[in-house]
Design a protein around this ligand. Structure first.
Ligand code: AMP
Length: 218
């Protein structure tokens, strides 16, 4: 199974794609997670990408595509994958097509998570992420068992630097301008399914499972 998630920042792509990857033993690939790890490690790549991330802008395509090519041609990708946050514009989608063609495989499905804009701003204010394993939380709707502590690895939960209201608004602008045209790109291929993301984690996960069943993928 090879699929990808589309949707604005805060729509739940990270949460749902990680659940799906766990359930079906798929390789979960999220450039945002990779970039955050590199920034934390202060590597040359991390220092380069950080300035784009804090502004809510896209990291340049040549950098992102190189990172993703490496992931998608690794052995781990052979078992199937779920992409979370890539592609984010048409040229990245073209690069993805090229890698898949070279590997002799196809994309099975694109899940487009929809959430109203005002809800996205609200969610970003209460979103937290684990500094250890990256698991996302929402202190209002999906809180950890113990406040401020990850249920999985026990590490601290923090607010993402790019979840300030100003940066979220910029990320939404970037999404509307650069990423949203991908809906039509994949719809014209008949592989796009939109799922209402404005509900609890379990409800959205079950609606995604229904889509996979209807498409004969389960
Ligand atoms: P995310 O965790 O997916 O919300 O991504 C966080 C940030 O990482 C984005 O706001 C961008 O700065 C950068 N980023 C993630 N994915 C991409 C991508 N496909 N292309 C360019 N920049 C990206």
């Amino acid at each position: 199974m090879r699929l990808l998630f589309l949707g604005p920042p805060g729509a739940g792509k990270g949460t749902q794609s990680k659940l799906l990857a766990q359930k079906f033993s798929l390789f979960h690939v999220a450039p945002g997670d990779i970039f955050r790890q590199e920034a934390k490690a202060r590597s040359p790549l991390g220092r380069l990408v950080e300035e784009y991330m804090v502004r809510g802008e896209l990291v340049p395509d040549d950098v992102t595509i190189k990172v993703m090519e490496k992931q998608l041609t690794s052995d781990k990708a052979n078992k199937g994958f779920v992409l979370d946050g890539f592609p984010r514009n048409i040229s990245q989608a073209a690069a993805l097509d090229e890698v898949l063609t070279e590997n002799g495989v196809n994309l099975d499905l694109v899940i487009n998570l929809t959430v109203p804009g005002d809800e996205l701003i609200r969610r970003s204010k209460t979103r937290r992420v684990c500094v250890g394993c990256g698991k996302p939380y929402n202190i209002k709707s999906e809180p950890p068992k113990e406040p401020g502590k990850c249920d999985v690895c026990g590490s601290k939960l923090v607010m993402r630097k790019d979840d300030s209201e100003e940066t979220v608004r910029n990320r939404l602008r970037v999404y509307n301008d650069a990423t949203s045209p991908l809906r039509e790109f994949y719809e014209s291929r008949g592989i796009l399914e939109s799922v209402d993301g404005n509900d609890g984690v379990d409800v959205v996960a079950s609606n995604i499972a229904d889509v996979l069943t209807r498409r004969g993928m389960l």
